[in-house]
Write a protein that binds this ligand. Structure first.
Ligand code: UDP
Length: 373
């Protein structure tokens, strides 16, 4: 008979915790999940306003090329055929994203791939020989000046709150670049939004699991640690260690959401505002993720924000300094005092810019090392 009431206490009811909890339950483990928010689902949680699923913590579009992950989520929920095709507004003119033949036509009037390639070669000529060390150099190297200045620089600098020369180049590699008239933002094999919203996915994952919301782990850490044979912590890794080695930096967001008395405000789920002087980065019109036909609409202006203890940590800032600090926290996590009792995972504990599919992949991988022993 174990001394513990639970095999696992999972701190954080987001996607990572939910996948792990589900798998642990399947394997006969007793699990308790706690979350300081009043609801489960972490950042994929949606709030129903006017019959519309509002992505309360930022727009989420599920996309993956990993068949195992796609099959996994499809056990719980069906996905619709939403394809993300954001439009960028720069000084009142609209451009298709990601960078494709439509964008090149809108930028330069070029009509064929050969014309577009020639134009881009001309644009990149001054930067062709650089070995890109940061996002600005990477963007100029890939596409040249017009594209960078109209569609990347302003958006990126607002988003990250620093000059593009101080941002790691890998972030821009997320943006595909193609010579077809294809506005699909992602190159992945599978894509969509859960029918019925993300809460259906989360609720299905948590079926049969005890989830306590509105509970702050750190206020009763000793009690929770005693309840579980092991603790899976999915919050900020630096906070777990009381920021002993220093704080990891994040970028936060601020959302302003309103109900509008019209049925279609912008004709697309996502419109990016790529100029620096407009303080928000994008306007989300939530109904379009699910082809909604409600009478009203709900839109959210998304403002990038400094991170502090009073707001949410959305994006890890994976530059050299933060990544070096992360390594030291990870070493602590693996030290003899912690490794047998605590496991860590998810966007905040791994301090990685995970998409949802990466999160699920990481959670499934942890279940293999933890539960298949
Ligand atoms: N980005 C940009 N212009 C855009 C959209 C994105 O320059 O109109 C850049 C920007 O640097 C951003 C990165 O691409 O940080 C990744 O954007 P993505 O939309 O993938 O980020 P997320 O949806 O995760 O916020």
């Amino acid at each position: 008979m174990s001394d513990f009431q639970y095999d696992y206490v999972i701190v954080g009811a987001g996607l990572f915790g939910a996948v792990f909890a589900h798998e642990a339950l399947q394997k006969g483990q007793k699990v308790l999940v706690i979350d300081k928010r009043e609801h489960s689902g972490g950042n994929i949680y949606c709030e129903n306003i006017e019959g519309i699923n509002v992505h309360k913590y930022g727009a989420h579009i599920f996309h993956t090329s990993n068949k195992e992950v796609w099959d996994y989520v499809n056990q719980f929920v069906d996905f619709n055929h939403y394809v993300n095709s954001p439009v960028a507004n720069y000084r009142g003119k609209l451009y298709n994203l990601p960078f494709n033949m439509n964008t090149f036509y809108q930028l330069w009037g070029v009509k064929t791939p050969a014309e577009a390639k020639a134009k881009i070669e001309e644009q990149r000529a001054p930067y062709r020989d650089i070995n890109p060390q940061n996002l600005e150099e990477q963007a100029l190297f890939l596409g040249g000046k017009d594209l960078y200045e109209r569609l990347i620089k302003g958006y990126t600098e607002k988003q990250w709150g620093r000059p593009a020369t101080q941002i790691p180049s890998f972030i821009i590699k997320r943006l595909p670049f193609r010579f077809t008239f294809d506005n699909n933002y992602f190159n992945d094999l599978y894509q969509g939004v859960p029918i019925g919203g993300y809460n259906s996915l989360i609720n299905a994952l948590f079926e049969g699991t005890e989830v306590r919301t509105g509970v702050n782990y750190f206020e009763e850490k000793e009690t929770f640690d005693k309840l579980g044979r092991k603790v899976l912590y999915t919050g900020k890794i630096d906070e777990f260690f009381e920021c002993q080695l220093g704080q990891l930096e994040y970028r936060s967001l601020h959302f302003e959401t309103e109900v509008l008395d019209c049925d279609n405000y912008q004709g697309n789920a996502v419109v990016n505002y790529t100029e620096k002087d407009i303080p928000f980065t994008r306007i989300i019109e939530h109904k379009h993720f699910e082809f909604g036909i409600q009478e009203k609409t709900v839109v959210t202006h998304e403002y990038p924000h400094e991170f502090s203890q009073d707001n949410e940590p959305y994006y890890p800032i994976n530059d050299e300094i933060n990544n070096a600090l992360l390594i030291r926290y990870k070493e602590m996590a693996l030290s003899a005092s912690y490794r047998d009792k605590f496991v860590f995972g998810g966007r905040l504990a791994d301090y990685k810019y995970y998409d949802m599919d990466d999160t699920i992949e990481a959670a499934l991988s942890l279940t293999k090392t933890e539960l298949d022993k």
